[in-house]
Write a protein that binds this ligand. Sequence first.
Ligand code: MN
Length: 191
Amino acid sequence: MNHFNWNDGFVVDFDLDTGKSDSAVTSKRPLSVVKDIFLDTDAAAEILKKEDPMIYEFHELGAPERKGDLAFGTTVIYPGKIGNEYYMTKGHFHTILETAEVYYTLQGAGYMVMENPEGDTIEKPLKKGDAVYVPRRYSHRTVNTGSEPLVLFYTFDADAGHDYGTIEENGYRKMIVEEDGKAVIVDNPRR
Ligand code: MN
């Protein structure tokens, strides 16, 4: 996968509408793989009896996990809900906690939901054209509250690493759910 020259520089295409790239490797996260991140497990099970919708995908370039390099790529979260909870990414801490990340919204609308180990939370609404700065020490998850795919470009320290486990067990303290046709921030009853 490392067909890019990370020492001499390179140019790569990303489609502004879909986030796709001819040069990136695509990873897919259908509901069957991420069903446990949603609160309403009955709703997830009911959907999975009939179909296995795609929740999100990401397109990455396989950056060397080397100090000083920057990993970058795109994430696409599809529109939809499980129960009243919007489609979202699993979310993660960086293994090297003191590393930030930037996301730029190419299409769609949603939220970046963030939380640090001390329990401080940040929820930032995003729409096309918005860049969001995820500060050091904050776990981060992207939520699609719109009716079209939410497409984001991201970049972070290539050696930061991903820690999915810490936030996985009980989820984030804050959830983004639909109430009366609007996206609202509510407390996670599991926390
Ligand atoms: Mn990250």
